[in-house]
Design a protein around this ligand. Sequence first.
Ligand code: C5P
Length: 223
Amino acid sequence: YADPRFSDKQFLVTAGPTYEAIDPVRFIGNHSSGKMGFALAEAITSLGGKVVLISGPSSLQVKHKNIELIRVTSALEMLDAVQQKWGQTDLGIFAAAVADYRPAVAENQKIKKTADELEIRLEKNPDILSWAASNRPAGANQKVVGFALETQNGLEYAKGKLEKKKLDAIVLNEMGDPGVGFGTDTNSVKLLFKSNKMRSFELQSKQELAFSLLNELMNNLYE
Ligand code: C5P
């Protein structure tokens, strides 16, 4: 059913990992499945919202035809896609596990295994979320929500990211908890707002969690 809080908004969701090319056949990546981001995009659509889903390499397919899916490979491509869509976005949810670093040089030809040691120099990728949060068109009332995956001191690091990246809210995933994190079908998270308000969500499927998170975001970001 259509929820009026959604039908008047344009959403942007990032999902999945990014792959950073070493050469034409190899890359640096991570274990993100894209499940949380895809679940958010499906939930938004089923509630009547319009959504652009920008995803790194993921084996998932979208079910709702209304989702505008843009598939990208690297962090630089993801940034480019976000930049193209950002001006028309009301609420951005950045669930992608973007690679922090990329090979400084992507070789044109496959690297041969002749050397006993091989060094690959890495350079920092741009922070897509920080770019979005600090480039909000004046008067547009755009909202920005990030994710934080932490293995220790979760609350402290998540609060730090909320402030440093100038976010409205952040979703904290604490890895190490059973059923939580990469590739799993379930998740249990904490949602922290700029106002210092916090809400905990018990272990549930990523589909259910998407609805719970969106409901809480709508109630708190637009009061
Ligand atoms: O700093 P950290 O990578 O832990 O921050 C995680 C949050 O920042 C997530 O929302 C992720 O999607 C976003 N991010 C990003 N671009 C990067 C790195 C992280 O959008 N290069």
